[in-house]
Design a protein around this ligand. Sequence first.
Ligand code: F6P
Length: 359
Amino acid sequence: MGQRKRIGILTSGGDCAGLNAAIRAVVRCARTYDWEVWGISQATQGLMERPPKALLLSIDDVDRTLTMGGTILGTTNKGDPFAFKMPDGRVCDRSQDIINGYHQLGLDALIGIGGDGSLAILHRIATEGNIPFIGIPKTIDNDVGITERSIGFDTAVNIATEALDRLHFTAASHNRVMVLEVMGRDAGHIALNAGIAGGAHVIVIPEIPYRLQNICKTIQGRQQRGQHYSIVIVSEAVCTENGEHITKMQQFGECRLGGIGQYLADKIGDCTGAETRVTVLGHTQRGGISSPLDRLLASSFGVAAVEAIARGEFDRMVTWQHREVITVPIEEAIKTYCAVDPNDTLVTTARGLGICLGD
Ligand code: F6P
């Protein structure tokens, strides 16, 4: 130590609220060691470019970024560098280009902020390229293993909860069943957390198989008690009754989850006679001002990542466990997918509140 280090930082995968707070924390903490922080542009793509695309980040560069959504570095959730689709259609392994880009920048360590997929890719590149690497978990899906929380999740839950708060009044005024479809990929954390916090009557998540008749029974029970409106929240990866995911083809041949809200609303309408409407929250869950909890988490993770580098601790991910930030082997984190445990406290809470989980 003692020598002025150069730390690289990148954000990879889908954006979420709190990324800039983490970048800011890394820059500010590195400053206490008099180290430089280089912000790499557009995830690993910045390291593939020649010259590699990176900017020296000063404290002033991150001055007003604490609350800012998105990522000042840019990101991508496409293009596995080990099977990278070239403009001419060829598929190439570009991992060595990334490793070379890292070394061209003369960096001493790399901090990668990503979800499970990005962290697995970065870990592999770091291992192959002998790059001292520290991971910071982020994702609104909250599905990264070993950490109780990832950056972005709390803000997404707040947004989904606020949507439910709003839907209650309009649903009650019109005697409608409102179905809110939320993101989360294969994990139902957003739906479960927001569903409880936002007073949903039905919560449907991929981890708990549902039967349509159970959902309709809950809605009909409310109708019989004179409650002619109901609120349903459903995770995007919930399947149809035949066990199929509903997906939508996006641009560039990308296939994305989406549509289960409409499917359920149609079925509920047919079965109960209720008028139904669907709200798909989509990317609003990833944008906007980050919640105080996400700012705290991101700030703690950023500081912990720099402190780990100062201790010479690498190949680890910072995590939140039992009100404490610690580091764990990144290998452990990426091999453990964190879906909702059907015996989770919040599942018990939902059942105790009489919320229908569809089973
Ligand atoms: O992983 C985060 C996430 O927002 C998922 O919840 C969602 O399924 C996916 O990314 C959407 O990806 P895109 O931004 O490519 O549409």
